[in-house]
Ligand binder design. Structure first.
Ligand code: GAP
Length: 457
Protein backbone atom coordinates (compact mmCIF):
# COMPACT_ATOMS: atom_id res chain seq x y z
CA UNK A 1 0.00 0.00 0.00
CA UNK A 2 2.83 2.38 0.70
CA UNK A 3 4.46 3.18 -2.65
CA UNK A 4 4.33 6.97 -2.34
CA UNK A 5 5.60 8.96 0.60
CA UNK A 6 2.83 9.32 3.16
CA UNK A 7 1.81 12.81 4.14
CA UNK A 8 1.02 14.00 7.62
CA UNK A 9 -0.93 17.06 8.62
CA UNK A 10 -0.57 18.96 11.88
CA UNK A 11 -3.27 17.92 14.41
CA UNK A 12 -3.42 21.45 15.85
CA UNK A 13 -4.52 22.80 12.47
CA UNK A 14 -7.31 20.23 12.27
CA UNK A 15 -8.47 20.91 15.84
CA UNK A 16 -8.40 24.65 15.20
CA UNK A 17 -10.37 24.35 11.94
CA UNK A 18 -12.92 22.11 13.68
CA UNK A 19 -13.50 24.66 16.44
CA UNK A 20 -13.37 27.73 14.22
CA UNK A 21 -15.85 26.47 11.66
CA UNK A 22 -18.15 24.47 13.94
CA UNK A 23 -17.25 20.88 13.16
CA UNK A 24 -16.47 19.81 16.74
CA UNK A 25 -16.73 21.37 20.23
CA UNK A 26 -15.66 19.97 23.60
CA UNK A 27 -18.63 18.41 25.38
CA UNK A 28 -20.38 20.70 27.90
CA UNK A 29 -17.75 23.35 27.27
CA UNK A 30 -19.42 26.06 29.38
CA UNK A 31 -18.75 23.87 32.43
CA UNK A 32 -15.12 23.35 31.46
CA UNK A 33 -15.74 20.36 29.20
CA UNK A 34 -15.92 16.65 29.98
CA UNK A 35 -12.74 14.72 29.42
CA UNK A 36 -12.62 12.92 26.04
CA UNK A 37 -16.25 13.58 25.12
CA UNK A 38 -17.06 15.70 22.07
CA UNK A 39 -20.01 17.46 20.48
CA UNK A 40 -20.40 17.62 16.72
CA UNK A 41 -21.36 21.09 15.53
CA UNK A 42 -23.52 22.13 12.56
CA UNK A 43 -20.91 21.16 9.95
CA UNK A 44 -19.58 18.18 11.90
CA UNK A 45 -22.99 16.61 12.16
CA UNK A 46 -23.39 16.81 8.38
CA UNK A 47 -19.98 15.26 7.69
CA UNK A 48 -20.70 12.52 10.20
CA UNK A 49 -24.12 11.82 8.67
CA UNK A 50 -22.54 11.64 5.23
CA UNK A 51 -19.89 9.15 6.39
CA UNK A 52 -22.56 6.93 7.92
CA UNK A 53 -24.76 7.33 4.85
CA UNK A 54 -21.88 6.37 2.49
CA UNK A 55 -21.12 3.31 4.62
CA UNK A 56 -24.77 2.23 4.80
CA UNK A 57 -25.14 2.69 1.09
CA UNK A 58 -22.06 0.57 0.34
CA UNK A 59 -22.73 -2.25 2.79
CA UNK A 60 -26.56 -2.43 2.96
CA UNK A 61 -28.34 -0.49 0.22
CA UNK A 62 -26.22 -1.69 -2.69
CA UNK A 63 -25.96 -5.31 -1.53
CA UNK A 64 -28.38 -8.24 -1.51
CA UNK A 65 -26.58 -10.10 1.24
CA UNK A 66 -26.53 -7.59 4.13
CA UNK A 67 -29.48 -6.25 6.13
CA UNK A 68 -29.57 -3.45 8.69
CA UNK A 69 -30.43 -3.45 12.37
CA UNK A 70 -30.65 -0.91 15.19
CA UNK A 71 -30.45 -2.52 18.62
CA UNK A 72 -30.61 -0.97 22.07
CA UNK A 73 -27.55 0.28 23.91
CA UNK A 74 -28.64 -1.37 27.16
CA UNK A 75 -28.76 -5.14 26.89
CA UNK A 76 -29.47 -8.03 29.25
CA UNK A 77 -26.41 -8.26 31.55
CA UNK A 78 -25.94 -11.94 30.65
CA UNK A 79 -24.97 -10.73 27.16
CA UNK A 80 -21.67 -9.49 28.56
CA UNK A 81 -21.03 -12.65 30.54
CA UNK A 82 -21.53 -14.76 27.38
CA UNK A 83 -19.52 -12.43 25.13
CA UNK A 84 -16.57 -12.55 27.53
CA UNK A 85 -16.58 -8.79 28.08
CA UNK A 86 -17.31 -8.97 31.80
CA UNK A 87 -14.30 -11.20 32.33
CA UNK A 88 -11.94 -10.18 29.55
CA UNK A 89 -12.64 -6.63 28.35
CA UNK A 90 -10.05 -5.05 30.58
CA UNK A 91 -6.81 -3.13 30.27
CA UNK A 92 -3.87 -3.40 32.70
CA UNK A 93 -4.02 -0.32 34.94
CA UNK A 94 -1.17 1.10 37.03
CA UNK A 95 -1.32 4.10 39.33
CA UNK A 96 1.49 6.48 40.26
CA UNK A 97 2.13 6.33 44.01
CA UNK A 98 3.24 9.97 43.92
CA UNK A 99 0.83 11.97 41.70
CA UNK A 100 -1.92 9.27 41.50
CA UNK A 101 -2.25 9.57 37.73
CA UNK A 102 -3.37 6.31 36.11
CA UNK A 103 -1.84 4.68 33.05
CA UNK A 104 -2.18 1.62 30.85
CA UNK A 105 0.90 -0.41 31.69
CA UNK A 106 1.02 -1.97 28.19
CA UNK A 107 1.42 1.52 26.69
CA UNK A 108 4.26 2.68 28.97
CA UNK A 109 7.85 2.61 27.83
CA UNK A 110 9.59 2.38 31.23
CA UNK A 111 8.43 1.40 34.72
CA UNK A 112 8.10 4.96 36.07
CA UNK A 113 5.23 7.47 35.91
CA UNK A 114 5.54 9.41 32.60
CA UNK A 115 4.24 12.53 34.33
CA UNK A 116 6.34 12.84 37.51
CA UNK A 117 8.77 9.91 37.33
CA UNK A 118 7.20 8.38 40.47
CA UNK A 119 6.92 4.70 41.35
CA UNK A 120 3.96 2.79 39.89
CA UNK A 121 1.67 0.21 41.52
CA UNK A 122 1.48 -3.38 40.22
CA UNK A 123 -0.85 -3.64 37.20
CA UNK A 124 -4.46 -4.66 37.90
CA UNK A 125 -7.20 -5.48 35.42
CA UNK A 126 -9.54 -2.55 34.83
CA UNK A 127 -12.82 -3.38 33.06
CA UNK A 128 -13.64 -0.82 30.38
CA UNK A 129 -17.42 -1.18 30.48
CA UNK A 130 -19.50 1.64 31.97
CA UNK A 131 -21.86 0.34 34.64
CA UNK A 132 -25.23 1.82 35.51
CA UNK A 133 -28.46 0.73 37.23
CA UNK A 134 -31.76 -0.11 35.58
CA UNK A 135 -34.89 1.04 37.39
CA UNK A 136 -35.12 2.97 40.66
CA UNK A 137 -33.03 0.64 42.83
CA UNK A 138 -29.26 0.85 42.89
CA UNK A 139 -28.33 -2.71 43.80
CA UNK A 140 -26.23 -5.49 42.28
CA UNK A 141 -29.30 -7.18 40.74
CA UNK A 142 -30.12 -4.13 38.63
CA UNK A 143 -26.66 -3.49 37.16
CA UNK A 144 -26.60 -2.98 33.39
CA UNK A 145 -23.78 -1.88 31.10
CA UNK A 146 -23.51 0.64 28.31
CA UNK A 147 -22.50 -1.50 25.34
CA UNK A 148 -18.78 -1.36 24.52
CA UNK A 149 -19.46 -2.53 20.93
CA UNK A 150 -22.58 -2.69 18.76
CA UNK A 151 -21.71 -6.25 17.67
CA UNK A 152 -23.53 -8.13 20.44
CA UNK A 153 -26.92 -6.66 19.48
CA UNK A 154 -26.49 -8.37 16.10
CA UNK A 155 -25.44 -11.76 17.51
CA UNK A 156 -28.37 -11.97 19.93
CA UNK A 157 -30.74 -11.15 17.03
CA UNK A 158 -29.24 -13.74 14.66
CA UNK A 159 -32.33 -16.02 14.73
CA UNK A 160 -34.77 -13.08 14.55
CA UNK A 161 -33.10 -11.81 11.39
CA UNK A 162 -32.80 -15.28 9.90
CA UNK A 163 -36.48 -16.04 10.53
CA UNK A 164 -37.83 -12.72 9.29
CA UNK A 165 -35.67 -12.19 6.21
CA UNK A 166 -35.22 -15.82 5.06
CA UNK A 167 -31.59 -15.01 4.22
CA UNK A 168 -29.29 -17.93 3.41
CA UNK A 169 -25.55 -18.09 4.16
CA UNK A 170 -23.47 -16.13 3.45
CA UNK A 171 -25.27 -13.04 4.72
CA UNK A 172 -24.54 -10.17 7.04
CA UNK A 173 -26.13 -7.81 9.53
CA UNK A 174 -24.99 -4.19 9.71
CA UNK A 175 -25.49 -1.65 12.45
CA UNK A 176 -24.44 1.90 13.26
CA UNK A 177 -24.62 3.13 16.82
CA UNK A 178 -23.03 4.51 19.95
CA UNK A 179 -20.56 2.52 22.02
CA UNK A 180 -18.97 3.42 25.35
CA UNK A 181 -15.63 2.51 26.85
CA UNK A 182 -14.16 3.82 30.06
CA UNK A 183 -10.73 4.14 28.44
CA UNK A 184 -7.81 4.64 30.82
CA UNK A 185 -5.89 6.81 28.42
CA UNK A 186 -7.74 8.93 25.90
CA UNK A 187 -6.64 11.72 23.65
CA UNK A 188 -5.53 12.72 20.18
CA UNK A 189 -8.73 14.70 19.76
CA UNK A 190 -11.60 12.40 18.72
CA UNK A 191 -9.31 9.43 18.05
CA UNK A 192 -9.88 7.77 21.42
CA UNK A 193 -12.86 8.91 23.42
CA UNK A 194 -15.16 7.34 25.99
CA UNK A 195 -18.34 7.76 23.95
CA UNK A 196 -18.07 7.11 20.22
CA UNK A 197 -19.92 5.60 17.29
CA UNK A 198 -19.28 2.36 15.45
CA UNK A 199 -20.30 1.01 12.03
CA UNK A 200 -20.12 -2.77 12.27
CA UNK A 201 -20.96 -5.72 10.04
CA UNK A 202 -21.33 -9.29 11.28
CA UNK A 203 -21.05 -11.41 8.15
CA UNK A 204 -22.11 -15.04 8.70
CA UNK A 205 -20.48 -17.68 6.50
CA UNK A 206 -20.15 -21.45 6.26
CA UNK A 207 -17.14 -22.71 8.24
CA UNK A 208 -14.37 -23.45 5.76
CA UNK A 209 -15.26 -20.44 3.59
CA UNK A 210 -14.22 -17.96 6.28
CA UNK A 211 -10.68 -17.50 4.88
CA UNK A 212 -11.89 -16.33 1.50
CA UNK A 213 -14.58 -14.05 3.00
CA UNK A 214 -12.01 -12.57 5.36
CA UNK A 215 -9.84 -11.60 2.37
CA UNK A 216 -12.89 -10.33 0.50
CA UNK A 217 -13.87 -7.95 3.31
CA UNK A 218 -10.29 -6.72 3.79
CA UNK A 219 -10.21 -5.61 0.18
CA UNK A 220 -13.76 -4.29 0.17
CA UNK A 221 -13.26 -2.14 3.23
CA UNK A 222 -9.87 -0.82 2.19
CA UNK A 223 -11.34 0.22 -1.15
CA UNK A 224 -14.22 2.03 0.53
CA UNK A 225 -11.77 4.53 2.05
CA UNK A 226 -9.90 4.94 -1.23
CA UNK A 227 -13.11 5.50 -3.22
CA UNK A 228 -14.07 8.23 -0.78
CA UNK A 229 -10.82 10.04 -1.38
CA UNK A 230 -8.28 8.80 1.20
CA UNK A 231 -4.83 8.64 -0.37
CA UNK A 232 -3.60 5.07 -0.75
CA UNK A 233 -0.21 5.92 0.66
CA UNK A 234 -1.86 7.01 3.92
CA UNK A 235 -3.49 3.59 4.43
CA UNK A 236 -1.97 0.25 5.37
CA UNK A 237 -3.06 -3.19 6.57
CA UNK A 238 -1.54 -4.51 9.77
CA UNK A 239 -1.94 -8.09 10.92
CA UNK A 240 -2.44 -8.72 14.64
CA UNK A 241 0.19 -10.91 16.24
CA UNK A 242 -1.16 -14.01 18.04
CA UNK A 243 -0.72 -12.48 21.50
CA UNK A 244 -2.51 -9.31 20.46
CA UNK A 245 -5.75 -10.94 19.26
CA UNK A 246 -8.98 -10.16 21.14
CA UNK A 247 -10.39 -13.10 23.13
CA UNK A 248 -12.94 -13.89 20.39
CA UNK A 249 -10.69 -13.53 17.32
CA UNK A 250 -8.99 -16.23 15.25
CA UNK A 251 -7.37 -13.63 13.00
CA UNK A 252 -7.52 -9.87 12.71
CA UNK A 253 -6.15 -7.10 10.52
CA UNK A 254 -6.33 -3.42 11.26
CA UNK A 255 -6.79 -0.87 8.53
CA UNK A 256 -4.38 1.79 9.77
CA UNK A 257 -4.34 5.43 8.73
CA UNK A 258 -1.39 7.76 8.99
CA UNK A 259 -2.91 10.15 11.55
CA UNK A 260 -0.97 13.26 12.66
CA UNK A 261 0.35 11.28 15.65
CA UNK A 262 1.43 8.34 13.45
CA UNK A 263 -0.06 5.12 12.08
CA UNK A 264 -3.11 4.04 14.07
CA UNK A 265 -6.21 1.86 13.73
CA UNK A 266 -9.13 3.12 11.69
CA UNK A 267 -11.03 -0.15 11.42
CA UNK A 268 -10.51 -3.76 12.52
CA UNK A 269 -11.48 -6.79 10.43
CA UNK A 270 -11.68 -9.96 12.50
CA UNK A 271 -12.50 -13.59 11.94
CA UNK A 272 -14.58 -14.31 15.07
CA UNK A 273 -15.16 -17.96 14.14
CA UNK A 274 -18.25 -19.38 15.88
CA UNK A 275 -17.28 -17.89 19.26
CA UNK A 276 -20.24 -15.54 19.74
CA UNK A 277 -23.09 -17.75 18.50
CA UNK A 278 -21.78 -20.72 20.51
CA UNK A 279 -21.49 -18.59 23.65
CA UNK A 280 -24.93 -17.00 23.33
CA UNK A 281 -26.56 -20.35 22.54
CA UNK A 282 -24.96 -21.82 25.61
CA UNK A 283 -25.81 -18.95 28.00
CA UNK A 284 -29.35 -18.35 26.70
CA UNK A 285 -30.27 -22.00 26.13
CA UNK A 286 -31.66 -20.99 22.70
CA UNK A 287 -30.82 -22.70 19.42
CA UNK A 288 -28.67 -20.36 17.32
CA UNK A 289 -27.80 -22.89 14.64
CA UNK A 290 -28.46 -22.66 10.92
CA UNK A 291 -29.88 -25.48 8.80
CA UNK A 292 -27.61 -26.08 5.84
CA UNK A 293 -29.91 -27.31 3.06
CA UNK A 294 -27.06 -28.76 1.00
CA UNK A 295 -25.44 -30.78 3.75
CA UNK A 296 -28.81 -31.41 5.47
CA UNK A 297 -27.37 -30.59 8.86
CA UNK A 298 -27.39 -27.89 11.49
CA UNK A 299 -24.23 -25.80 11.63
CA UNK A 300 -23.00 -22.81 13.60
CA UNK A 301 -21.87 -20.18 11.10
CA UNK A 302 -18.52 -18.43 11.35
CA UNK A 303 -18.42 -14.65 11.47
CA UNK A 304 -16.26 -12.15 9.61
CA UNK A 305 -16.53 -8.76 11.30
CA UNK A 306 -15.49 -5.50 9.61
CA UNK A 307 -15.71 -3.08 12.55
CA UNK A 308 -15.15 0.61 11.93
CA UNK A 309 -15.57 3.61 14.15
CA UNK A 310 -17.31 6.72 12.83
CA UNK A 311 -15.17 9.26 14.67
CA UNK A 312 -11.80 7.90 13.53
CA UNK A 313 -12.80 7.86 9.85
CA UNK A 314 -14.18 11.39 10.44
CA UNK A 315 -10.74 12.50 11.63
CA UNK A 316 -9.00 10.61 8.82
CA UNK A 317 -11.21 12.12 6.10
CA UNK A 318 -10.55 15.59 7.50
CA UNK A 319 -6.78 15.10 7.80
CA UNK A 320 -6.55 13.63 4.32
CA UNK A 321 -8.62 16.40 2.75
CA UNK A 322 -6.81 19.26 4.47
CA UNK A 323 -4.58 21.37 2.23
CA UNK A 324 -2.94 24.78 2.22
CA UNK A 325 -2.09 26.51 -1.04
CA UNK A 326 -0.22 29.76 -1.63
CA UNK A 327 -2.66 32.40 -2.78
CA UNK A 328 -1.16 35.78 -3.63
CA UNK A 329 0.14 36.96 -0.22
CA UNK A 330 -2.10 34.64 1.72
CA UNK A 331 -2.73 30.96 2.18
CA UNK A 332 -5.81 29.25 0.80
CA UNK A 333 -6.98 26.59 3.28
CA UNK A 334 -9.20 23.99 1.72
CA UNK A 335 -10.72 20.60 2.32
CA UNK A 336 -10.62 18.36 -0.74
CA UNK A 337 -13.53 16.34 0.65
CA UNK A 338 -15.23 13.87 -1.65
CA UNK A 339 -18.57 15.45 -2.73
CA UNK A 340 -20.47 12.60 -1.06
CA UNK A 341 -18.91 13.60 2.27
CA UNK A 342 -18.84 17.39 2.00
CA UNK A 343 -21.17 18.91 4.64
CA UNK A 344 -22.43 21.54 2.20
CA UNK A 345 -22.65 20.53 -1.45
CA UNK A 346 -23.33 23.92 -3.02
CA UNK A 347 -23.08 27.54 -1.90
CA UNK A 348 -25.29 30.15 -3.55
CA UNK A 349 -23.56 33.53 -3.73
CA UNK A 350 -25.23 36.63 -5.19
CA UNK A 351 -22.53 39.07 -6.28
CA UNK A 352 -24.22 41.87 -4.36
CA UNK A 353 -27.22 42.47 -2.10
CA UNK A 354 -29.10 44.33 -4.85
CA UNK A 355 -32.74 43.39 -4.86
CA UNK A 356 -32.91 41.96 -8.39
CA UNK A 357 -29.90 39.72 -7.76
CA UNK A 358 -31.18 38.57 -4.38
CA UNK A 359 -34.53 37.59 -5.90
CA UNK A 360 -32.87 35.32 -8.47
CA UNK A 361 -30.36 33.95 -5.94
CA UNK A 362 -33.07 33.14 -3.38
CA UNK A 363 -35.09 31.32 -6.02
CA UNK A 364 -32.06 29.22 -7.00
CA UNK A 365 -31.30 28.58 -3.32
CA UNK A 366 -34.87 27.41 -2.64
CA UNK A 367 -34.71 25.09 -5.61
CA UNK A 368 -31.29 23.53 -4.88
CA UNK A 369 -31.95 22.90 -1.20
CA UNK A 370 -34.70 20.51 -2.19
CA UNK A 371 -31.87 18.23 -3.28
CA UNK A 372 -28.83 18.93 -1.06
CA UNK A 373 -27.49 20.80 1.93
CA UNK A 374 -26.95 24.22 0.37
CA UNK A 375 -25.73 27.41 1.97
CA UNK A 376 -26.54 31.01 1.05
CA UNK A 377 -23.92 33.65 1.68
CA UNK A 378 -24.06 37.31 0.71
CA UNK A 379 -21.62 38.76 3.26
CA UNK A 380 -18.28 40.32 2.20
CA UNK A 381 -16.38 40.09 -1.08
CA UNK A 382 -16.89 37.17 -3.45
CA UNK A 383 -13.24 36.15 -2.94
CA UNK A 384 -13.71 35.87 0.82
CA UNK A 385 -16.91 33.94 0.36
CA UNK A 386 -15.14 31.45 -1.92
CA UNK A 387 -12.43 31.04 0.75
CA UNK A 388 -15.00 30.36 3.46
CA UNK A 389 -16.53 27.62 1.34
CA UNK A 390 -13.10 26.17 0.41
CA UNK A 391 -12.22 25.86 4.08
CA UNK A 392 -15.27 23.69 4.82
CA UNK A 393 -14.93 21.64 1.64
CA UNK A 394 -17.95 22.88 -0.36
CA UNK A 395 -17.36 21.39 -3.83
CA UNK A 396 -19.25 24.05 -5.84
CA UNK A 397 -20.24 27.70 -5.56
CA UNK A 398 -22.94 29.18 -7.75
CA UNK A 399 -22.50 32.89 -8.38
CA UNK A 400 -25.29 35.12 -9.58
CA UNK A 401 -24.10 38.35 -11.20
CA UNK A 402 -25.67 41.22 -13.11
CA UNK A 403 -25.21 39.44 -16.39
CA UNK A 404 -27.40 36.64 -14.98
CA UNK A 405 -30.32 39.08 -15.10
CA UNK A 406 -29.71 39.53 -18.82
CA UNK A 407 -28.84 36.03 -20.00
CA UNK A 408 -30.36 33.77 -17.31
CA UNK A 409 -26.99 32.12 -16.78
CA UNK A 410 -24.94 31.66 -13.60
CA UNK A 411 -21.37 30.68 -12.81
CA UNK A 412 -20.39 27.38 -11.21
CA UNK A 413 -16.99 27.55 -9.55
CA UNK A 414 -15.09 24.36 -8.71
CA UNK A 415 -13.40 24.19 -5.29
CA UNK A 416 -10.31 22.19 -6.26
CA UNK A 417 -9.30 23.70 -9.60
CA UNK A 418 -11.03 27.06 -9.07
CA UNK A 419 -12.18 26.72 -12.68
CA UNK A 420 -15.51 28.23 -13.60
CA UNK A 421 -18.19 27.43 -16.09
CA UNK A 422 -21.27 29.39 -17.01
CA UNK A 423 -24.53 27.53 -17.41
CA UNK A 424 -28.17 28.41 -18.06
CA UNK A 425 -30.18 28.52 -14.82
CA UNK A 426 -32.56 26.00 -16.36
CA UNK A 427 -29.65 23.52 -16.63
CA UNK A 428 -28.12 24.29 -13.22
CA UNK A 429 -29.56 21.52 -11.09
CA UNK A 430 -28.93 18.83 -13.73
CA UNK A 431 -25.36 20.08 -14.16
CA UNK A 432 -24.72 20.01 -10.42
CA UNK A 433 -26.03 16.45 -10.18
CA UNK A 434 -23.46 15.42 -12.78
CA UNK A 435 -20.66 17.40 -11.13
CA UNK A 436 -21.42 16.04 -7.66
CA UNK A 437 -21.34 12.54 -9.05
CA UNK A 438 -17.82 13.24 -10.20
CA UNK A 439 -18.19 14.00 -13.90
CA UNK A 440 -15.58 16.19 -15.52
CA UNK A 441 -16.31 19.83 -14.79
CA UNK A 442 -15.76 20.63 -18.42
CA UNK A 443 -18.61 18.57 -19.75
CA UNK A 444 -20.94 21.36 -20.72
CA UNK A 445 -24.72 21.37 -20.76
CA UNK A 446 -26.49 22.79 -23.84
CA UNK A 447 -25.87 26.52 -24.10
CA UNK A 448 -23.02 26.53 -21.58
CA UNK A 449 -19.61 28.16 -22.00
CA UNK A 450 -16.30 27.64 -20.31
CA UNK A 451 -13.21 29.52 -19.20
CA UNK A 452 -10.26 29.19 -16.89
CA UNK A 453 -9.50 31.74 -14.21
CA UNK A 454 -6.34 33.61 -15.03
CA UNK A 455 -5.37 34.15 -11.46
CA UNK A 456 -6.76 33.04 -8.16
CA UNK A 457 -9.44 35.24 -6.72
N1 GAP B 1 -16.66 -5.40 17.65
C1 GAP B 1 -15.24 -5.29 17.49
C2 GAP B 1 -14.69 -4.05 18.03
O1 GAP B 1 -15.38 -3.30 18.70
P1 GAP B 1 -12.51 -2.63 18.16
O2 GAP B 1 -11.23 -2.74 17.35
O3 GAP B 1 -12.38 -2.62 19.64
O4 GAP B 1 -13.41 -3.84 17.66
C3 GAP B 1 -13.66 -1.14 16.36
O5 GAP B 1 -13.30 -1.33 17.71
C4 GAP B 1 -13.48 0.30 15.95
O6 GAP B 1 -14.17 1.16 16.85
C5 GAP B 1 -12.03 0.79 15.99
O7 GAP B 1 -11.33 0.46 14.81
C6 GAP B 1 -12.22 2.30 16.12
O8 GAP B 1 -12.46 2.90 14.86
C7 GAP B 1 -13.48 2.39 16.97
N2 GAP B 1 -13.11 2.63 18.38
C8 GAP B 1 -12.81 1.71 19.31
N3 GAP B 1 -12.54 2.30 20.49
C9 GAP B 1 -12.67 3.63 20.30
C10 GAP B 1 -12.53 4.79 21.13
N4 GAP B 1 -12.24 4.68 22.43
N5 GAP B 1 -12.74 6.01 20.59
C11 GAP B 1 -13.08 6.14 19.28
N6 GAP B 1 -13.23 5.09 18.46
C12 GAP B 1 -13.04 3.84 18.94
Amino acid sequence: MTEETPTKVDMEKIVSLCRRRGFIFPSSEIYGGLSSCWDYGPLGVELKRNIKEAWWRAVVQERDDVVGLDTSILMHPQTWVASGHLEGFADPLVECKGCHLRWRSDELEGDKCPSCGGELTEPRKFNLMFKTFMGPVEEEASVVYLRPETAQGMFVNFQNVLNTTRKRLPFGIAQIGKAFRNEITTGNFIFRSREFEQMEIEFFVKPGTDGEWFNYWLEERLNWYVKLGIKKENLRLREHAKGELAHYARACYDIDYLFPMGWAELEGIANRGDFDLVQHASFSGKDLSYFDEEAKEHIIPYVIEPSAGVDRPFLAFLCDAYAEEPDKDEIRVLLHLHPALAPIKVAVLPLSRREQLVAVAKEIYADLRQHWMVSYDDAQSIGRRYRRQDEIGTPFCVTIDFQSLEDNQVTIRDRDSMNQIRVPIAELQKTLVAKLEGEDLFVLPPGGMIWKEESKE
